[in-house]
Design a protein around this ligand. Structure first.
Ligand code: ADP
Length: 540
């Protein structure tokens, strides 16, 4: 009878051990182990505690107990010995402790057996089985459970490894998926196996549509800057030679038209035998670098041209005046000196603009705010420009009691100066120029309009960009560095306002800016400077 029982136990053990090795889900595996162990020992309940990386133990599975009661058994874990030898694995006073725990819970568990789950002498957990009746666990019970615990330990260890690898894989996928750079992974046949979100956005290819396609179908270049692209490099022996990551830069064709500047670094991944497994490509949007590069070269060409012209004029007139073989009548001398002065003023203006532009980049312009009457400021600007042009009629149009705003009068005058100077400069045939003001509920709007050449539609969105000059202006060599409107916009923004242009090519342009009417007490004569609340930069 006893033999028969043992044979059944062993057969069961074998069967369950086979099932265990196939299970990789840790929670389900622990449940199987507990169920089998409890059944084999004719127990009523069981627990498995697993060891944390820091050496402490945690109850990971329970059987035959309401799950909510499992935490009450935690005091049992405090006494786990750090000894993986089964015969010495003994927890003193465990039965008493169990007695106290179950008494408080109204459970009828009386006997307990605990066995180590170990792999190569390393304790990975403890298996507990409880009986509700008084029959003690025998040596044979312990033996059966011990060999089962060893099998279970291996299965648990495998499932733990699998769990860790699955977690690492999910973590890696999340990193790749949410990386700010585009990431592309190819298999050895150069077919796409991973295509992340950033790359989908850059290329216009949805990830699902790109998977399985050949690299060259999704990475198509409008223009390549480097000597090689991917296919050329592969044809030349890459990745074996040269055996280093490949960098390709250029304009990537987007799926539905247009292009984007990118730099792609391809890195090969080989297996132990040196066979290519994957190619991992990092795709970086380099539009900003390109723009910065373009701005730098525009800056150099604009500045050298704009500096050279006045310097050449000043030098030419000064040379002429200094010639010893000629004497000049006072009128000619005066005219020459006037040109020298005007050109020196132009140089001065350009240097001021460049300094302002670099200050802006470094952190902003500072404003000295006080109540400003823009209508009075406009009158002053107009009267100054009257003397500079005969072919233009310049007027102002403001409603009565135009409100004061809080602002920096010098900077606002600079804005008006720029707009009026442009209106004159870009209406070569003359015409009417008007500075007008409107009052809206929360802001005032100033408009400078002209009847000049207007601005081509495609240039209109760019006129406020740094160093931007219209194609015609560049071709006709109108003087200018493309900084006036950029600075005007910065000043208006520093006042919490906005600036825009409306223009019909060939008919004229109207530049407007709005400044909020700040809720501050306005006095015609400022008592103390009133700080501007919006976007107040720190240095001047
Ligand atoms: P700049 O006058 O030195 O070129 P701005 O920043 O003042 O620089 O202006 C940028 C460009 O905007 C000009 O080159 C010109 O193409 C266009 N623009 C500005 N104001 C006018 C205007 N009133 N009429 C036509 N085009 C204008």
């Amino acid at each position: 009878m006893l033999i028969d029982y043992r044979v059944r136990q062993r057969e069961y053990l074998l069967e369950i051990s086979r099932a265990l090795t196939a299970q990789l889900n840790l929670d389900e595996l622990l449940q199987m182990v507990l169920e089998a162990a409890t059944e084999m020992l004719a127990g009523q309940a069981g627990l498995i505690a697993l060891r944390n990386p820091d050496g402490s133990f945690i109850i990971r599975a329970s059987y035959g107990l309401p799950q909510s009661l499992a935490p009450y058994f935690e005091p049992l874990l405090a006494d786990i010995p750090n000894d993986t030898n089964r015969s010495r694995f003994h927890i003193p006073g465990i039965a008493d402790k169990l007695g106290r725990i179950v008494a408080g819970l109204g459970l009828r568990l009386q006997q307990v057996v605990a066995l180590p789950m170990a792999i190569k002498k390393e304790l990975i957990g403890v298996l507990y089985v409880f009986r509700a009746y008084g029959t003690r666990f025998t040596i044979n019970d312990r033996q059966v459970l011990a060999s089962f615990a060893d099998q279970a330990a291996i299965a648990v260890h495998n499932a733990q490894l699998y769990e860790r690898i699955s977690y690492e894989k999910r973590r890696l996928n999340a990193i790749l998926e949410y990386s700010a750079d585009g990431v592309l992974i190819l298999d050895s046949a150069h077919r796409v196996v991973l295509f992340n979100r950033a790359l989908a956005q850059l290329s216009g290819w949805p990830a699902a549509k790109s998977l399985g396609r050949h690299h060259d179908e999704v990475i198509r270049w409008a223009h390549v800057e480097t000597d090689f692209d991917f296919s050329k490099a592969v044809a030349g022996g890459w990745p074996l030679s040269p055996a280093r990551p490949l960098y390709v830069e250029g304009d990537l064709r987007r799926r539905h038209g247009g292009s984007v500047s990118v730099g792609i670094t391809y890195a090969p991944l080989f297996d132990h035998e040196g066979h290519l497994v994957n190619i991992i490509a990092d795709v970086r949007d380099i539009t900003r670098f390109r723009e910065a590069d373009e701005i730098k070269s525009t800056f150099i060409s604009v500045v050298s041209h704009e500096l050279k012209t006045p310097v050449a004029l000043i030098k030419g007139y000064a040379d002429t005046l200094l010639r010893e073989d000629a004497s000049w009548d006072p009128e000619t001398t005066r005219e020459s000196l006037m040109v020298i002065m005007e050109e020196a003023d132009r140089l001065n203006q350009l240097i001021d603009d460049l300094l302002d532009a670099s200050r802006l980049q470094a952190g902003g312009l500072s404003l000295e705010a006080e109540p400003v009457a823009l209508n009075a400021l406009a009158e002053r600007v107009v009267s100054r420009f009257h003397t500079q042009t005969q072919s233009h009629e310049i007027d102002t149009r403001f409603p009565d009691d135009f409100p004061f705003i809080s602002g920096d009068p010098e900077r606002l005058e600079q804005v008006l100066n720029n707009l009026v100077a442009n209106a004159i400069k870009y209406s070569t045939e003359g015409g009417r120029i008007e500075i007008s003001g409107r009052v809206l509920p929360n802001e005032i709007v100033i408009t400078v309009s002209d009847e000049g050449m207007g601005i081509p539609l495609k240039e209109q969105p760019h006129v406020f960009e740094r160093f931007f000059r219209g194609a015609q202006e560049r071709n006709q060599h109108t003087p200018g560095a493309g900084l006036g409107l950029y600075l005007a916009q910065a000043i208006v923004k520093a006042h919490g306002g906005r600036i825009w242009v409306e223009s019909n090519p060939g008919e004229g342009s109207a530049f407007s800016f709005a400044i909020p009417i700040a809720p501050i007490p306005i006095a015609p004569i400022p008592i103390a400077p009133i700080p501007i609340a919006h976007n107040k930069p720190t240095n001047k």
